[in-house]
Design a protein around this ligand. Structure first.
Ligand code: ZN
Length: 322
């Protein structure tokens, strides 16, 4: 009799504590509170994803309700495919790729920026203005990129169009060599590949991105909407730490550089130069700047019908960060 009552009590406790839903818990309700959810975020080894590297390093120190797992990719198309297929929960990625995925019906939300500005137009010694690029080859990593939009703006400002230059898509690590060997006359790409040429004296900066597009967007932190909906508390905690990591990144101190060097290979003078160009301040994506991005994407024929700001951007997480 005593045994039956005990079993009944145990069953009632299990049902009310909800632990019958969880295979991991052992019957103690407090275990559920401490269950750690893994959040998988895709990235490319560039300085533009620096807040993620810092969050990952600091998250190893503090106890959290989530575990961050950074998943490294070698190219944007591979990263986008994994995100779109749900193999990762989110990514730090070119915002144009995310806009396009959303336009195609993948339910993604931009929850923060990766950075602001931080790109340069690098050219060979004989190029002194955008007009000098007429008839020359110019490299970008992908049509769906801020680098392509910066090229579009630079040409437009000089009364030129895409047809005036020979645009080639190259993998970013190949661009410095292509410039120094004279195969291209200029390029625009994520860092540290621009700084590599400039620091080595093999190229010069024709424009910094803010001179072409003030506060230009480039990489966004994107999460799958199903992940946000099913893991609100985890998503909130992840973004809180991400914002803190952005503030730390902006200090650009020795600790930041040492963390960065764990994730990407760059000589210290290359990294120093890259960090001079980029900003990790205020990573909230504002409506006005999204609309500027959407306008440029339509102008450059990258998108016919960009998603509305309210459909694509979810600031509810970043707005809860105190
Ligand atoms: Zn970027």
């Amino acid at each position: 009799m005593y045994k039956k009552v005990l079993i009944l009590v145990v069953i009632i406790v299990m049902v009310f504590s909800g632990c019958s839903n969880s295979a991991k818990t052992s019957g103690d309700a407090s275990n559920q509170q401490s269950e750690v959810k893994t959040i998988k975020i895709a990235y490319l080894p560039i300085t533009h994803a620096l807040p993620l590297y810092i969050e990952n390093e600091l998250a190893n120190i503090d106890s959290k309700n989530f575990k961050l797992e950074l998943v490294k990719f070698g190219s944007w198309p591979e990263l986008a495919e994994a995100l779109n297929a749900g193999k990762v929960d989110g990514a730090s990625m070119l915002i144009e790729l995310a806009v396009k995925a959303k336009e195609k019906g993948i339910d993604l939300k931009a929850v923060a920026l990766g950075h602001r500005d931080g790109n340069v137009v690098v050219v060979s010694e004989d190029i002194n203005s955008a007009a000098d690029l007429k008839g020359k080859s110019f490299a970008i990593p992908s049509k769906l990129s801020t680098h392509n939009l910066l090229l579009h703006i630079m040409l437009k400002n000089s009364g030129l169009s895409y047809s005036d230059v020979n645009i080639v898509e190259l993998p970013p690590p190949e661009m410095p060599a292509a410039l120094s060997e004279g195969r291209i006359s200029g390029y625009c790409v994520a860092e540290p590949f621009g700084a590599q040429s400039v620091a080595a004296g093999k190229g010069k900066t024709l424009f910094e991105s803010h001179e072409l597009w003030e506060g230009s967007l480039c990489c966004g932190l994107v999460l799958r909407n199903d992940f946000i909906q099913n893991n609100q508390a985890v998503a909130e905690a992840f973004i809180k730490e991400y914002v803190n990591a952005g503030l730390k990144a902006e200090q650009k101190d020795e600790e930041v550089k040492s963390i960065t060097s764990k994730y990407l290979k760059a000589e210290s003078k290359v990294l120093d130069l890259s960090l001079q160009w980029i900003s990790y301040e205020n990573l909230r994506l504002e409506e006005e700047e999204y609309n500027a991005l959407a306008k440029y994407m339509v102008e450059a024929e990258l998108s016919e019908n960009p998603p509305k700001y309210s459909d694509f951007v979810d600031n509810s997480l970043i707005d809860r960060v105190k």
